[in-house]
Structures are given as structure tokens and as C-alpha cells.
Design a protein around this ligand. Structure first.
Ligand code: NDP
Length: 656
């Protein structure tokens, strides 16, 4: 058994890899196979060192400032080691942050902090070597000392407020020559921009040492992360899809099966409950009609007419054409933005038809039949989408797809299914369902007047109609914003979006108006004013937050956004960390939920049914936020964690 020179627990000096700096370390253990010592530095960093890189405490004459003359033998030893290291092919100069001569802070001449005192065997040699010391940042607690990627750029450059003194104290030391006299001083932060020299600006990163074999691991992780980034080559999407496959959302296969059968059933139960004179939960379940009463071929035909009418409007060559976010192969799909025009044309056609005697009440009388016809259509569409996606090349699959038939049928296998230039998902997101919702609300408004023998709609109905009209018109006016949403960028087109966009949105989101037809509720103007104020409050948050992010994503250098703080990420995209996105991590969801509450309040408090939407929507957005969080963590790694640290609340300030 080979002998070892140092015992466990012995305090010695360990060489800093890649340099000639020696720090005080404690021997933790010795591996007789590799002949390496595991040593622990004072900041807790553990490292494996060769015996030749460890010296007894008495070996060096420690100095606190200024140069220390070393023995010739020590100088020779140091020189030979350093030369062999600088030739090492394993060195990665690009990741060596200490190379820039501009980095050391001006006028700084400090002594090393007690915990990082280093001893210098050869001053002249070291001056060159020290600039080649390789540092890797470890994120400050609470994220622990896990290995994070570092690509030579600061992961999070921000104008934050961490005191310089604290950061400086935790840094290792470097050798610097001042007036010809070498001194030891703390290493400046690795910020590429001027923030590193700004006394109020820091990267909250701590540098520490890491065994070389860990660096190999880091390179592996970097490589894997690189492949996971959406901008990567097609193979990266396959890898990402595979990774996602292991983390199926919505409770996996069983969960999506329950959703696929449960949601349509639930929709019909809600509609049946809402028709009852007393829709109390105590009266649940409502009497069920015969299935044959729910199906009418004529209704299905009318729905098809509606769908293809919207499709026709969609292909009209009006409205500008924009590019979507880059796909896995770097391509950008083109989208025509004419949703708002489609809405205006639809409104004109409906208006003229009403003038000519169109019986909109037909829709109210066959409301459940329309719901069933639309459900059937969405299921047929889902099958079509799944079957055509079986032939889709791998790089066209959604990152959410898993390879499991049931799960993929639900989540959508193909990301952007198109017939020619007609994008099926994009079309369904904003047209037949969303515009259909406004038409249904109008139907309910007219039904209320008819059933309740009113000359004018109730104030509650007017509020519900106008609030939701504003929401739809706003979505269509800002149509381009949908191109960066999870639905378009991440989820495939399957049952989830087909049923959600075509059935759930028009029939569930119009629920308050449907409720008011049979359950009149009078509200006073003062109360209405408060509800309007709440709606506008939510709208301002929702719209400003979405606009701020969209403007930033479109042009991060927009001078109007120059006042906002950002965190740099290794993907090249930055994250906003002040403004609306510094308030909570999803301010747009907060605004959306406030608006949802304002939609329900005009219905009064007699029943919980009209509040179903706001309850469901809260759960939906909490779940959606978690999904997005998961994606962002994967995309942005440590920068996202830093963002979460800076902006701790997800949706509701001080609550969640
Ligand atoms: P968001 O519009 O909130 O987009 C999330 C994405 O924004 C993230 O993946 C990330 O993407 C980017 N992002 C997150 N944080 C930051 C930051 N700090 N700085 C810059 N970019 C950031 O998500 P949704 O698609 O879920 O929602 C869009 C809108 O639609 C919301 O207003 C929502 O309320 C609404 N909505 C409405 C529904 C309804 O049924 N009525 C249903 C679902 C949503 P990246 O970094 O890649 O750009």
C-alpha cells in the first residue's frame, strides 16, 4: 500500500488548480487508488488534489501584504508546474474570466480576506499565471453549491443592490502588481459590462474552486443544456420531447384520460344545472336528457358553416403578415394577422342578418345541441390531427409530446399543423371559439330580454357583455401577442386545445350571461361602478404586463424599456426583473384573474354557479404558471432561479 504524506484532519496548504496560489485547507480523506487527497477550503469548497499540490503549513513563509521572497527551489517547482499546466489542452481560455486587464477595479489595493489568504511561491511567474486562473461561479444560497452552467458571460447581470463589500469579501484573491510591487487582492466580479465596475452593481455570484473532473461534468451539463434550448438543432427538440416524456403533465396518461372524458360531461352538467330555476349545488345532479335530444344534424351543419365562414375570413389577404418565434430548425413561420378584421366582418354580417330577421334565439333554444355539435367536431378534429401527426417528421413534433398515443392525442403531437399556409392551431386559438363567445353572449342578451319581457337588457347583462367583449376585442387587436404564448410555442395541437378553444371557451366563458337569462339580478349603479373599476384595474395590469413583455421580447433594446432592470441568461434572451415583471412573476395572470372576478360579480351572490369561471380559471392559471415555471427553469437555469429569488411571488403578491 503506497504511503501517504498527510493525515486526515491535518491542516495544510493546497494549491489552487491552474495557479501557484496556495490556500489553507483541511485534509478530509485520501484515495489510495487515485492517490488523490480530498481537501476542504475554508469557504467549504471540497477539491481533490495531488500530493505534490499540497504543502505543509511550514513550507511557506506566510505574508499578509507585499511581496514574499521565496526560496529558489520553490520558485523552480512552481515554474515547472505552471508551465506544464499552461500547455494543458484541457484549459479553456474562453472561460477564463480573469484575462481582461480592464477588470480589476481602479484604485483598489486590498489585502485578502482572512479566509482566502494565499501564499505566493514565485511572484514574477505568478503574475502571468494568475491571470489564467480558471474560476467557476457558484450561486449564492439559497440555491446551494450545485453546479451551474457558466459560459463566460454573467448569467445575471443586473443593477441589483447587493453590497459590494459582502461580495468582495467572499471572493478568492488574485495577484496584482501595483507600482512594481505584487500584492494580493480580491478578484473583481466577472461582469462583462460596466456594471462590474459600478459600486452599486454586482453579479450575485460567488467564485469557488472545483475539481477538474467536476468541470468535465459541467461541460457535459452545458452540452446537454445547450441541446435542450429551443433554438438548438432539430435533434434538440427530440431530446427535449424525450425529456418531457418522462415528466408528463396533467397527471400523465390517466390524468389526460380523465380530462378527456370528464370535461365534456362536466360541461353538460353545468349547462343543465344553469337552466334549473334553482341551480343550487344541493340540486346536483340535474335530470339528464336523452342523448338523442342533444343531437341535431341541422345544428351540426350550422356549426360547420360557422367554422368554415371563419376559415374563409382567415384566408382573406387582409392584415399584415408577421413571423412567429424561431422553430427548432431556426425557421420562422409566417402568420397573417387579420383577427380584428374577421371580427368586424362577422359583426357586420350578424348585424345585417339580424336586420333581415335572423332568429338568433334559435341558438339559445338549441344551446346544448350546439355544445354537443361543437364537442363532436373538436373530437373529430383531434383524431384528424393525431393521425396526420403520425407522419410528421420528428422536428415538427411539439416539445410537449411524449410518444404515448393517449397522452399525445390530448396534448397534441404536432406543434404547428398546417394545410398549405393555413395554420390550424393558430386559427382555432382566436377565431371560431373566441368570436363565437361574443355571438353567444349576444344571443343570451337577446334571450334575457325575450324571456324576462324586458325592453332593454339588465345592467348586469350589459356589464357581462361589455367586459367580455372588451376581452375578446383586446385579444384580437393584440393578435400578434399570441405567437409567444405557451399554446403556440410549446403545446401541440391535440384534444386539449381543440376542445378548449372550440368548446370550452365559447360555452363556459359565456356562462355568466347564460346564468343571467334565467336568474335575473339587479345591481345598482354605485355597485356597477365599483365592478367597472375592478375590471379596469385588472385590465390595466393584464394589458400593461403583456405589452411590456411583448415589447421587450420584440426589441430588448427598445429605449422605452431602458429603465427596466434585466437578468441576462445564457440563451441570449434576458428576463425582466423590474416593472410589471418585477412585481410578481406572472402579473398578466393576476390581471386576468381580477377581470374574471369582475365578470362574475354582476351575477350577485345567490349561487356559486356564476363563480365557477373564476374558480376554474384560478386553478387553470396556477397550474399553467407551474408548467411555465418548469419550462423556464429548463430554458434559463440559474438565471431563472435568480429571477425567482428576486421576485418571490408567482401570481398573488405576498400570498402565492
Ligand atoms: P405568458 O404570456 O405569461 O408567457 C410566459 C412566457 O413569458 C415565459 O415562458 C417566458 O417565455 C416569458 N417570460 C416569463 N417571465 C419573463 C420575464 N420576467 N421577462 C421576460 N419574459 C418572461 O404566458 P401565457 O401564454 O400562459 O399567457 C398569455 C396571456 O394569455 C396571459 O395574459 C394569460 O392571462 C392569458 N391566458 C388566458 C387564458 C384564458 O383562457 N382566458 C388561458 C391562458 C392564458 P420566453 O422567455 O421564452 O419569452
Amino acid at each position: 500500500m503506497p504511503s501517504r504524506k498527510f493525515a486526515d484532519g491535518e491542516v495544510v496548504r493546497g494549491r489552487w488548480p491552474g495557479s501557484s496560489l496556495y490556500y489553507e485547507v483541511e485534509i478530509l480523506s485520501h484515495n489510495s487508488g487515485s492517490q488523490l487527497y480530498t481537501v476542504k477550503y475554508k469557504d467549504g469548497t471540497e477539491l481533490e488534489l495531488k500530493e505534490s499540490d499540497i504543502k505543509p503549513l511550514t513550507f511557506f513563509k506566510e505574508r499578509k501584504s507585499g511581496p514574499t521572497s521565496s526560496s529558489p527551489s520553490r520558485r523552480r517547482g512552481s515554474r515547472s508546474r505552471s508551465r506544464s499546466r499552461s500547455r494543458s489542452p484541457g484549459r479553456s481560455p474562453g472561460r477564463s474570466p480573469g484575462r481582461s486587464p480592464g477588470r480589476p477595479p481602479k484604485n483598489s489595493r486590498r489585502s485578502a480576506s482572512a479566509s482566502h489568504k494565499a501564499v505566493i511561491p514565485d511572484i514574477k511567474e505568478m503574475r502571468k499565471e494568475v491571470l489564467e486562473v480558471k474560476l467557476t461561479p457558484l450561486v449564492l444560497k439559497p440555491f446551494g453549491n450545485s453546479i451551474h452552467r457558466y459560459n463566460g458571460e454573467s448569467e445575471h447581470v443586473e443593477k441589483n443592490d447587493i453590497p459590494r463589500k459582502n461580495i468582495q469579501e467572499s471572493l478568492p484573491v488574485v495577484l496584482k502588481e501595483s507600482h512594481g510591487t505584487p500584492t494580493i487582492e480580491p478578484r473583481p466580479p466577472i461582469c462583462k459590462d460596466k456594471l462590474s465596475q459600478d459600486s452599486s452593481s454586482y453579479m450575485a455570484t460567488q467564485y469557488s474552486l472545483r475539481p477538474r473532473r467536476e468541470e468535465v461534468k459541467v461541460r457535459d451539463i452545458d452540452f446537454k443544456e445547450e441541446k435542450m434550448v429551443m433554438k438548438g438543432p432539430p435533434s434538440s427538440r427530440i431530446l427535449e420531447a424525450t425529456t418531457t416524456a418522462q415528466n408528463k403533465e396533467f397527471g400523465g396518461v390517466l390524468g389526460v384520460l380523465l380530462l378527456m372524458f370528464g370535461l365534456p360531461v362536466f360541461l353538460f352538467l353545468l349547462l343543465l344545472m344553469c337552466e334549473k330555476p334553482d341551480p343550487s349545488l344541493l340540486n346536483f345532479p340535474p335530470p339528464l336528457p336523452a342523448l338523442t335530444d342533444l343531437w341535431q344534424a341541422r345544428v351540426f351543419g350550422i356549426y360547420l358553416l360557422w367554422f368554415f365562414f371563419q376559415a374563409l375570413l382567415h384566408v382573406l389577404p387582409i392584415g399584415k403578415v408577421v413571423e412567429g418565434t424561431p422553430l427548432s430548425d431556426g425557421r420562422r413561420l409566417k402568420y397573417r394577422l387579420n383577427g380584428f378584421y374577421a371580427f368586424l366582418l362577422t359583426a357586420s354580417v350578424v348585424g345585417v342578418s339580424l336586420f333581415m330577421g335572423l332568429d338568433l334565439d334559435y341558438v339559445y333554444r338549441h344551446f346544448k345541441q350546439f355544445a354537443l355539435a361543437t364537442t363532436v367536431f373538436s373530437v373529430v378534429l383531434s383524431f384528424y390531427l393525431y393521425i396526420r401527426a403520425l407522419k410528421a417528421p420528428q422536428d415538427k413534433l411539439s416539445p410537449a409530446s411524449s410518444g404515448n398515443a393517449i397522452y399525445d392525442f390530448f396534448i397534441g403531437r404536432e406543434l404547428n399543423p398546417r394545410i398549405g399556409s393555413f395554420d390550424l392551431k393558430y386559427f382555432c386559438e382566436l377565431r371560431p371559439g373566441l368570436i363565437g363567445w361574443v355571438i353567444i353572449n349576444l344571443v343570451m342578451l337577446m334571450a334575457e330580454m325575450k324571456i324576462q319581457n324586458r325592453e332593454a337588457p339588465s345592467l348586469a347583462m350589459i356589464l357581462v357583455n361589455s367586459f367580455q367583449l372588451l376581452y375578446v376585442v383586446d385579444s384580437l387587436w393584440n393578435e400578434e401577442a399570441i405567437l409567444t404564448t405557451m399554446d403556440i410555442v410549446h403545446d401541440g395541437f391535440g384534444f386539449m386545445l381543440a376542445f378548449g378553444d372550440l368548446v370550452w371557451v365559447p360555452f363556459i366563458y359565456s356562462f355568466q350571461a347564460f346564468y343571467l337569462v334565467n336568474h335575473p339580478h339587479e345591481i345598482s349603479w354605485p355597485l356597477a361602478s365599483l365592478i367597472i373599476a375592478l375590471k379596469l384595474f385588472g385590465y390595466v395590469i393584464f394589458r400593461c404586463a403583456n405589452n411590456q413583455k411583448n415589447a421587450f421580447r420584440k426589441n430588448p433594446a427598445d429605449p422605452k424599456l431602458a429603465h427596466l432592470k434585466t437578468i441576462h441568461t445564457s440563451t441570449g434572451k434576458n428576463l425582466l426583473v423590474s416593472g410589471w415583471w418585477g412585481f410578481v412573476r406572472h402579473p398578466n395572470y393576476l390581471g386576468d384573474l381580477i377581470m374574471a372576478l369582475a365578470w362574475s360579480l354582476p351575477c350577485g351572490f345567490n349561487h356559486i354557479l356564476p363563480y365557477f369561471y373564476v374558480i376554474y380559471f384560478t386553478l387553470l392559471l396556477i397550474h399553467r404558471e407551474a408548467r411555465d415555471e418548469h419550462q423556464c427553469k429548463k430554458k434559463y437555469g440559474v438565471a431563472w432561479e435568480k429571477y425567482c429569488q428576486r421576485v418571490p411571488y408567482r401570481i398573488f403578491p405576498y400570498i402565492y
